[in-house]
Design a protein around this ligand. Structure first.
Ligand code: DQA
Length: 148
């Protein structure tokens, strides 16, 4: 099981950025936790971050045939990027949308996700643990069906 974790704009600032909203855990801390859990699930993980929409689009394209699932925290692009939505729909790699904060409990403009309809599901509001929940969900995706 190969899982590609993609992180969008400003997530490189986790730990310093609005700690009252996003906490003090850095993206490297999250990556280490994900890798630890992936080891025990016999999953391999690639973990990336970009502030550039086009780079995220290209990484989604490249995932076809190389990864069994994508976990994406598209950050602000969640709410705006038709390009990311079309890339996810186009490659057909099962994709899980995640957020650290509960986007539905925040400003109105965060309530709508452009990518949600082309993702298998959404995990939002569990802090850094959203990443671990998504890993569990990803390893349970098999041929379009969930395993028991
Ligand atoms: C976020 C929520 C988004 O609305 C925001 O733009 C982010 C982070 C989250 O993980 O809570 O940058 O995706």
């Amino acid at each position: 099981m190969r899982v590609l974790f993609l992180n969008g704009p400003n997530l490189n600032l986790l730990g310093q950025r609005e700690p009252d909203v996003y906490g003090k855990t850095t993206l490297s801390d999250i990556e280490a936790r994900v890798r630890g859990r992936a080891n025990s699930l016999a999953a391999t993980v690639d973990f990336r971050q970009s502030n550039h929409e086009g780079e995220l689009v290209s990484w989604i394209h490249d995932a076809r045939g190389k990864f069994d699932a994508i976990v994406i925290n598209a950050a602000a692009y969640t709410h705006t990027s038709v390009a990311l939505r079309d890339a996810i729909a186009g490659v057909g790699v099962p994709t899980i949308e995640i957020h650290i904060s509960n986007v539905h409990a925040r400003e109105e403009f965060r309530h709508h996700s452009v990518i949600a309809a082309v993702c298998r599901g959404q995990i939002t509001g569990f802090g850094p643990f959203s990443y671990l929940l998504a890993l569990e969900a990803a390893v349970n995706i098999n041929g379009g069906r969930e395993q028991g």
